[in-house]
Design a protein around this ligand. Sequence first.
Ligand SMILES: [Zn+2]
Ligand SMILES: [Zn+2]
Length: 423
Amino acid sequence: MVVVAVAGLAIGYLVGRAGDGGVDAQEVSPTKARARDFYVPNSEDLAADEMRVIACGTGMPTPRPAQAAACFLVELGNGDKFIFDMGDGSVERLWALEIPPAYLDKVFIGHLHGDHFGDLGSMFVAGALGGRHGPLRIWGPSGQAPELGTAYAVQMMENMFTWDIAGRIGQTDTRGFHTKVTEFDYKLENQVVYQENGVTIRAWPAIHAIDGPVSYGLEWKGLKFVFGSDTFPNKWFNKYARNADLAVHECFVTVPDFISKWRATPEAALQVATQIHTAPEAFGKVMSEVRPRMAVAYHFFKDFDTTGPILERIRKTYDGPLSLAEDLMVWNVTKDEIRVRMALVEEHVWNPPMADPAIPPDPSEMGPFAEDRLGGVVPGYSDFIVSGRWEGVEDVLREIYREASEALGREFPYPGDDEGDGD
Ligand SMILES: [Zn+2]
Ligand SMILES: [Zn+2]
């Protein structure tokens, strides 16, 4: 027996289960530890046949500390990791999971609303600095015009960081400051968009705002994870998500709450919450068709007073297993069990260890290499800016170099000095 967020219509019983330390959950002692039912990042191995899914964003387009915008991480026992959507604020959650950024290099975008891809820039820069030494790989749909497709959006994002990249070339390891985009036809119906290492990911159309959005299904070792991104209920999801192990689908705030809390006009609330998105009652009907082992509802602000009405409305049309997602909810999925918990994360995280070491900066890259990378832009300092350097700090900075050379047992020449002349 496991604890699920909401287990059918029945009450979920917590039955003693061995914790990671082998402690019985029922054993109570004034000095001995009891089993804990949290996921603590970097504390559990993933079994060879196990899938771990972590919600790294479950909210809406306006920022709130409690919930980042759409993002779900899928980790597989074969070592592969996939990210579905990367909404604003989600990269902070991903870093809290203490995963070496080199492993977070595959992102699947369901559609190009900011709350579903707005943190891609953070991932592009932070990942490159944190140890992703290859390109950030991005999959996403085309649109009705080239400018409405994923490749255009990513190219513009990279262009936006022209100064950022110019300011790092020759000064740090910049091998990760690249993207590799696979844009596919948004009209594909359950066609393969990714197939590597025993993992197959298919895409099908979603109905949301304008043409372009898609949903994804990931299959591996007989397990199936489905991610809807945003969509009005549609025939493709009902068909291709059927019998998924974990089916993530949006479930919007109720119309009364959207009017009173978001302060939408009734006209806009009805349009947005029932026609552009999926209303809770409609979410329930979709899941009654799909019949997953676990339905996951997200894309609502989950508060003490919004959650009840959403659950009530879902339960009018669906009585199966259900998780009302919030950030850092964790699902461990195997053939035998779906275990649902919350993650307990450290807020003061540093970057995790690098999967492969960084290389020291190569100042020679500041010349033609940089110009080439940046399309003719010549980075660097002008004589004017160099003339503003205050020489009054040179003595203390030289001392830092001397200190490092002594502590690390090799000579670090002060910039501008001849090689080997450290003083
Ligand atoms: Zn959207
Ligand atoms: Zn959205």
